[in-house]
Design a protein around this ligand. Structure first.
Ligand SMILES: [Zn+2]
Length: 333
């Protein structure tokens, strides 16, 4: 019985000395940690592609910043491509080591390639103007379609993915820059002048023009030059199918190519020198521009029925010093 009590006492002594020992270890650890934390602190060493780029204490904040950058804040940034992402390893470093989150961020950023996404307005497969959104690109094309811009078939928009960000233009100025006045008008019916009674022919004899003329088209004479019941007909009407190529009657300089508001519709005027000009009216298409030099027989326009006309025909005028002559004194005799 006494023996048992003695061994219990021994156990207590043993526990007490063990607790004392553990307590001493804890105290020592706290002191060591205290000393270490005076000199050292935990930090993340950051490497990119195996190369050390700096230290950070706030890994999650830095990585969040990098992630936000990679997602691309700008609506025109499609994505950002980086070869590798930074790797972090925890270490205990002397406090004098500086953290450099900004430098780490810049290094990651510099290695990244930004891919932008925007839209190009294309004319004849060539990128001409750039807009930020698809909506704007569609607006440009639709407005030009509405306005019946003649180059509409050559226009389109396309999505661009590029590392280069282009300068964007506003839709209004693009529309203005690209717009080409309509030239194609399709009509059906017959010449206004067809069948009208000719009262007199204004020019009795041919003047010497000093230049040779060729027939701009071949076709059926539907109205002759002369004074009529409804007024002067200053030219000769030659009917043929719409779209037939009109050739220049002689070489010269185009002095007008566009819309004639006096009834000739789309019209070309060529000056041949010697005071001689030829006029081609009611065209469906114009192939020349003002100021351009043309040679005899060159395609200048296509037969149409624009202006004061009810069927496809060429209204041909020959003027000498501004006065219309009877074309049949020279051509289509
Ligand atoms: Zn006519």
């Amino acid at each position: 019985m006494f023996k048992i009590l003695k061994s219990i006492k021994n156990i207590f002594i043993h526990i007490r000395s063990s607790l004392k020992f553990i307590f001493l270890i804890i105290i020592a650890t706290v002191i060591i940690i205290g000393i270490i934390s005076l000199v050292y602190r935990p930090m993340y060493s950051v490497t990119l592609d195996g190369e050390f780029i700096g230290y950070t204490t706030n890994k999650s904040k830095l990585q969040k910043r990098i992630n936000e950058y990679l997602e691309g804040g700008d609506k025109n940034i499609a994505f950002i491509d980086v070869k590798s992402l930074p790797e972090y390893s925890l270490c205990l470093l002397k406090k004098e080591n500086q953290t450099n989150d900004d430098e780490i961020f810049d290094k990651v950023k510099n290695l990244g390639t930004t891919y932008y996404e925007y839209y190009a307005i294309v004319e004849k497969s060539k990128e001409k103007y750039y807009v930020s959104t698809k909506k704007e690109a569609e607006e440009v094309i639709n407005k030009l379609k509405e306005k019946k811009s003649t180059n509409i078939d050559d226009l389109a928009y396309t999505k661009v993915h590029s590392t280069e960000l282009k300068e964007f233009k506003d839709t209004e100025s693009i529309i203005t820059a690209l717009y080409e006045k309509p030239r194609v008008v399709i009509a059906s019916g017959y010449s206004t002048y067809n069948g009208e009674r000719i009262i007199s022919n204004a020019t009795p004899s041919a003047q010497v023009l000093g230049i040779g003329l060729i027939k701009p088209i071949s076709g059926v004479i539907t109205s002759r030059f002369g004074v009529r019941s409804s007024g002067n007909h200053k030219g000769l009407d030659i009917a043929t199918s719409s779209g037939t190529t009109i050739a220049a009657a002689a070489g010269g300089t185009v002095i007008f190519s566009g819309w004639d508001s006096y009834g000739l519709g789309y019209c070309v005027k060529i000056s041949h020198g010697n005071g001689v000009t030829t006029v081609y009216g009611h065209c469906s298409k114009l192939y020349v521009t003002s100021g351009q030099t043309v040679s005899a027989g060159e395609a200048i326009a296509a037969v149409g029925s624009t202006g004061n006309s009810t069927g496809p025909h060429l209204h041909l005028e020959i003027r000498v010093n501004g006065t219309p002559q009877n074309p049949q004194l020279y051509l289509y005799k």
